[in-house]
Design a protein around this ligand. Sequence first.
Ligand code: BGC
Length: 402
Amino acid sequence: MNVLHWWTSASERKAADYLADRLQDEGVTWQDAAIPGGAGVGAMKVLKSRVLLGKAPDASQLIGPAISEWADLGLLLELDNVARRGNWNDKLFPTVNSLIRLRGHVVAAPLGIHRINTLFYNQGLFTKLGLAPPHTWADFDHAAEALSRIGVTPLAQSTEPWQIATLFETLLLSETGPAFYRDLLVRRNANSWFDPRVSRALERLRKLKRWMPQQLSERPWQDEASDLAHGKAAMWIMGDWGKGELQAQGLTPGDQFGCIAVPGTADAHLYSIDTFVMFTGDYGNQAAQEKLAQLVASPQVQAGYNRIKGSVPVRRDVDPSTLDPCARQSWMAFARGAAVQAPSLVHRMATDEALKDAIVSLIRRYFMDDHIPTSELQRRIASVVRALSQEGNSYDSQDTGR
Ligand code: BGC
């Protein structure tokens, strides 16, 4: 069966191969359609054009509210029987259950939950300088000062638009908390963009440049994992697919590197949930598609896949003591429920593609050009939010904590 996704880094490839092997064990061959590009920037475009050409894959990675949009068009296979047999209603986290359902039908199969508000640090460098992992921004600056004094880049960062915006959304969460974050990005409250806490998050985004490499460039995120692994950079703020990549480079979490929540976000979980949807086509591949859906949500595959990928299981019936320290923190934070959860804007959980792309590119321009006043950026984003919200609805229904 043809599977479209954007997992092309070393760890992502290993995780996809793990799924392909499990599927093969069941007699189904995974025909790979990987589209390179972090955060699926290219893959989503390819998926759209394949569907329009009548060449939809059998399964595809598709994230967030887009699942309901595509299901609404009648393109997705209903997986109700698989979900019933696997007792997904009881076994999955409520937020996951609500994400994969439309009007009572299950239309996607969940893979794993990524935590975006993750700060990685190189344990060797921290030990050498007697530094503690930073839980506040003051601790962060203190550690960064000490690191830069010995010639190490304190914070890895690329200028790829999605990577800058990923950093921004964690800073926004740090300044404001999950309730404000959801009001701003899920309910699309345009006026909230003028809140002084948003100004502070934006200003921190620029201030952090001081700790980043002198020559910033559009590097793929895997290169930053290498810098952290080799001690060229000491800290890195990135979704926990970064953990998968550090592991693929031979490092062990809690040993050569550590992860903590980004300062000020320990009580929150900025999440993105990877999911597969199945395209109906002529229903000729239904048995294989159901097999893939059943496999990915099963306890064994959940444990094996998420360990490689860096994410955590979508299931509630996991013994956290079996998880590594990074995964344990993430899974336990998510398990506290909807009040602490914030859906990632950049990783497609909060709003539609058009608004996400507009905000991401405005944030990048602001980051790259220090001449743009913060208030001007806030004004620009608020007007884009208003313009795009007149056309469609917000995703408030995603936000009921079910
Ligand atoms: C996806 C991850 C992926 C990451 C980097 C995120 O949007 O949810 O599965 O590893 O992008 O490509």
